[in-house]
Design a protein around this ligand. Sequence first.
Ligand code: ADP
Ligand code: MG
Ligand code: MG
Length: 887
Amino acid sequence: TKWVYPFAKGQADGRADMKELLGGKGANLAEMCALGLPVPPGFTITTEVCTYFTEHEKTYPADLKDQVNAALARVEEDMSASFGGKGGDGLLLVSVRSGARASMPGMMDTVLNLGLNDETVEILARVSGDARFAYDSYRRFIQMYGDVVLGVDHHHFEDLLEDHKDERDLTLDTDLTADDWKILVERYKEKVADQLGQPFPQDPHDQLWGAVGAVFGSWMNQRAITYRRLHHIPADWGTAVNVQAMVFGNMGDTSATGVCFTRNPATGENLFYGEYLINAQGEDVVAGIRTPQPLTILEKKTANTELPAMEETMPETFAELDGVRHRLEQHYHDMQDMEFTVQEGRLWMLQTRTGKRTVKAALKIAVDMVDEGLIDESEAVRRLDPGQMEQLLHPMLDPNAPRTLLGQGLPASPGAASGRVVFNAEDAEAWSDRGEKVILVRIETSPEDIGGMHVAQGILTTRGGMTSHAAVVARGMGKPCVSGAGGITVDYAAKTLSALGEVVREGEIITLDGATGEIMVGRVPTIEPELSGDFSRLMDWVDAIKTMGVRANAETPLDAQTARNFGAEGIGLCRTEHMFFDKERIIHIREMILAANEADRRAALANLLPYQRRDFIELFKIMDGLPVTVRLLDPPLHEFLPHGAKDVADVAKALGVSDEAIEERAKSLHEINPMLGHRGCRLGITYPEIYEMQAQAIFEACAEIIQGGGKVTPEVMIPLIATKKEFSILKAVIDHAAAQVRAEKGVALDYMVGTMIELPRAALRAGEIAAGDDGAEFFSFGTNDLTQTTFGLSRDDAGRFIQIYREKAVIENDPFVTLDREGVGELVGIGVERGRAARPGMKTGICGEHGGDPASVMFCQSVGLDYVSCSPYRVPIARLAAAQAAL
Ligand code: ADP
Ligand code: MG
Ligand code: MG
């Protein structure tokens, strides 16, 4: 088996599409090499070795060593340098870098400067002519290797460094001389020997295998496991290991290291964007220890900083980097996120990958790239994450609202958020478990904070740049983040943050604007987003591609209007009971429920009729001829019962009976298990006059619309059908009401009567329910109830243990969020198939919460539903998901 894939400028065994085997980093390093870009040579040990390692008690395949040695020899030859410094004049040091299939920022540990020991450090000093640099590199290596591979915590080394500085009265690392570092190297080694009972490994090959094992081992560390759980990455993917010749960004003022994006990852503008540090190595830029400098003069101006741009300090290298930028975009046809190092004026590319971006940037980049001819319209549609797009649809801070500014940091991830301040990830999780909205405030974040970041509304850090851990992770999560707010002081012990003489304590509310970097005291009101321009162009492409319809669940005129603005093609679910909750009306519905006989019930219903009719007229007008599915009364009646003595007295008075009689009647309506009780069509069967009134209101509203020259096609939907008989009885009630209105008003009415499929029996008996003149003319799968009744799981109570079910991998997703394809999905499939067999071409849709969940929309396409229906705000998400499902 080939376990090792070498790469070097101009030649590579791997390719970009081999991410499964080589990991993202390795595959792209190979690709850049093949493009002839300047990449330090190296080789990738495949993810298959990781799997072998995990499954074989941390051992390797027998022939791996030979393959590694052969690849290492090629790197030595390429660099004219020797690993271990035994051969020619040069000294080869390597980095050992992890690289999983999907990028897992900060999860895995990279070891730099590997190959240094007591002898090679002397060679490095001689070759570089800089003993200080050599010993500084050696002590960094001991610390990094000690920490990552040997498990000697980095604070041991930091303490030794601090002690030494105190002894010598030095403040900055840069104040230390070669001799200082030499002394510290000795102390570091002693510390390692002390902690481990054996000396720091001197043999470079031992070092190499130690680091390789640490990378493979880290695949199973807790941080990595947590990250994978949050991002649904399977454990069996494994990570690859990249071993690569070191280049040095810390060789003086003509050296540098940086990270950059081919376009602005926050706004999407087609402008080169990045940060760099002169005379620095590795993670210095993202670690937030020194303030990074802007890449371009334009960025420098925008950020209003005095720090010189790379474009000014190293114009030639910058030009070369800009060339690489264009080359990579032309090649990958997508925005890239690159890491580079400059060693004494010479540019080296260390990484490229598809850049993470805000959803705003994703939209702009996709539309721009279509205009630039880099991608076509369907590719643009494919590139947007429907889940993320929600951010574009939600309110932003009202620019005219008064605000008390507390401070400003970098606009690291856009969006606005208010919440209570907490100062660590644990508190964030605890507070949010209690239902509080929180803002996580940290000096800087690290991978251990992921859980807390996940539950926070927004993240604020006082240190670190646009590419700091907090910024990158927040953008990935689509959460507002303000980073590097240097003017704010955080006191973890006191749990306060202070700025401008103001002190904010734990639990107090602040507001973040991730688009401007502003931090405000208290809550700031928000306004509706802008949905024209790029957004509407993309949605035009979406509509041209998708084949399923997208409707909204709406009952109020406001919801209906919002839904239409968001492009809904009809109403898939109008829950008529929502029309009853109004103060003025509820008394009548209470009269209706509590009436002792049919005559009283009819009298109460007669009072409700005009309200219902008016509601429908309004709704039909807004929907202007688009289909509207009206569901007849569904919930158990006790939901409308009077609360307290005053309510009871009011109803008693209206009905002309005693308070006691009302209380007695209310008690008699009590059910042990109301969700499986007297509700849905069961109400219609027992009190047909309810559905009669509702049907009359619908048809009279239709008549009025039609007489006014309008168009309307209601779809009357009967809930909770289990048997054909229930359906045919109630269909007769509705048809009768239609016939009466027709006769009375003299208008032709066009309507359908159908049912929700929300009980397993209905799905199984769909053929019978759809058959014949007394059969259902359409189905709408009510997957909320269908999930409850299929799992036998109460949606209102399941929250308590669903999370534990997910953690123990009993289920992968919450079935109330993402439709359970295997079980509930099979019932949906059966319902569609049997229904259509009985009634060819029958219209089918879905109206549960799942209608707005992208993965569930994908499923709906696969079983051939005609439309999905979801809440108004999710309509654009469902449209995009439907288009992706059709591609
Ligand atoms: P991560 O996956 O966390 O980004 P990397 O493997 O990319 O980790 O390494 C982190 C940083 O270490 C890189 O951005 C780069 O600055 C530095 N680095 C890695 N390999 C080399 C190398 N061969 N020469 C110089 N610097 C390197
Ligand atoms: Mg990297
Ligand atoms: Mg239901």
